[in-house]
Design a protein around this ligand. Structure first.
Ligand SMILES: [Fe+2]
Length: 251
């Protein structure tokens, strides 16, 4: 017979940790766990810094600004998002450019992505050799007032952004050019009270913001909603982005 708590007339203080939890958290292979808190549905992010970014970024910056200055020749002819004033988006074949700085960055991005995928999927070295990558790769140059609306990247599993130059952040605009991710647990803040108002990461509500540093690479699942906040620097914010999808040879 269940030992149900008797109804109470008014609020009372939560008894805290002195009482045993009344429910048991089960996990495969173990019948009964002692108390624990677990990030059951969490979102994997990866990041790394390009080791020789200080040498490579000026080359990337010069090349990108030069190609941008040629206008439509290197622009995305069919952008899927409405292009905002202040944002230049290149065509989606950036990593096919044979310029040495682009190929060096490509190698770094794919190596980091491969490491992430291997770790998260538990692939063996043999399986990694069979993995086929398909991708769209492009650059963004953002100037004052430019931003990117909230979006996801359908038909891809992994997306990434590499920062060539974050541009200047004015002191009175700390969110200038921030890459903002939205919590996919859309109902998690439907009811807020003292029990969940101050949840720590990764259980917190709201958004996760990346204030880029030059040389920083961030990888995230393509389904995750994100946007770039308006950029207010008087110079350029330059990023390289990609979407990837995969096959497994002989699978
Ligand atoms: Fe995006």
């Amino acid at each position: 017979m269940l030992d149900l708590p008797r109804p109470r007339k008014g609020p009372r203080l939560f008894p805290g940790y002195t009482q045993r939890p009344t429910s048991t958290f089960h996990r495969a292979g173990r019948d009964r766990m002692s108390f624990e808190i677990s990030p059951v549905f969490s979102v994997p992010f990866a990041q790394d810094f390009l080791p020789d970014a200080a040498a490579l970024n000026p080359q990337l910056r010069a090349l990108i600004l030069s190609r941008e200055s040629e206008g439509m020749r290197y622009a995305n002819p069919n952008p899927s998002l409405k292009q905002q004033p202040g944002v230049f988006e290149s065509d989606f074949n950036l990593f096919a450019w044979q310029d040495a700085c682009i190929q060096q960055l490509r190698q770094f991005c794919w190596a980091t992505l491969g490491r992430t995928i291997r770790d998260l999927n538990g692939y063996s070295a043999e399986e990694m050799k069979q993995l086929q990558i398909f991708s769209h790769t492009w650059f963004h140059v953002t100037r004052q007032g430019g931003f990117t609306i909230n979006h996801t990247h359908p038909m891809a599993s992994w997306s990434g952004v590499y920062c060539v130059d974050p541009g200047t952040t004015p002191e009175d605009r700390p969110e200038s050019g921030v890459l903002r991710f939205h919590n996919p647990h859309h109902y998690s803040n439907l009811f807020l009270d003292a029990g969940n108002a101050r949840l720590r990461a990764p259980y917190h509500h709201g958004t996760w913001n990346i204030r880029f540093q030059a040389g920083q690479l961030v990888l995230f699942p393509s389904w995750l909603q994100h946007e770039v906040m308006p950029f207010y620097g008087d110079d350029e914010r330059i990023t390289i982005a990609f979407n990837c999808w995969f096959g497994m040879k002989n699978a």
